[in-house]
Design a protein around this ligand. Structure first.
Ligand SMILES: [Zn+2]
Length: 192
């Protein structure tokens, strides 16, 4: 699939949202990516996760892992395409950990997946967890790399969409100037 075909799926499923958004950084943006919307649609989730899995086709992968919450369904779908096991990591008292009897063993080659990478913090925490257990990262696969390839994990990175989302400081925001109401993503309420 080309990046344009992937973006068309993102638009159809509501992942790409157009409007006037307040980002957690305090900046404003006319575009917001909500990857959770993709997983409303099993057929599209399967399609895009299979596409990502295909890009790691040459790698030996024993296990797929994703950080909760964004990486849970994704790890499942990517592992289904690769015909491997999958687990998810979750934070307990702020520390990324494996619970529920999930196990990663020494020497295993593990593919890390995440829906959106902005700073890469969660992915790094999962990579550390793998290292602590003597497992090897087979790579990192993400739906949307918001750093446009600038993020560095010390292993192979594959993304379906790689783009910097344009944002503005509030006093320089053209959408504010156009008078559009501001939305905090994840809520339905207008801020002003
Ligand atoms: Zn604005």
């Amino acid at each position: 699939m080309t990046e344009n075909e992937i973006l068309a799926v993102f638009e159809k499923t509501g992942v790409v949202q157009k409007g006037h958004f307040l980002l957690t950084s305090g900046r404003h943006s006319a575009t917001y990516m909500q990857c959770a919307r993709l997983f409303e649609y099993p057929e599209y989730s399967e399609m895009l996760c299979a596409e990502l899995a295909k890009r790691f086709g040459g790698e030996a992968v024993d296990l797929v892992i994703g950080p909760a919450l964004g990486g849970i369904i994704m790890a499942y779908e990517v592992s289904r395409a690769l015909k491997t096991r999958n687990v998810f990591a979750e934070r307990l008292d702020g520390v990324m950990t494996l619970r529920r009897g999930f196990d990663v063993r020494e020497g295993q080659r593990v593919l890390v997946v995440e829906d959106v990478v902005t700073t890469g913090g969660s992915v790094r925490e999962v990579l550390r967890l793998l290292e602590d257990r003597g497992a090897r990262a087979a790579g990192v696969g993400v739906m949307v790399d918001r750093t446009a390839g600038a993020v560095e994990f010390g292993c192979r990175l594959e993304s379906l969409v790689s783009m910097e989302i344009v944002s503005y400081p509030p006093d320089e925001c053209p959408v504010c100037r156009a008078g559009a109401p501001l939305i905090k993503p994840g809520s339905r309420a207008f801020i002003r």
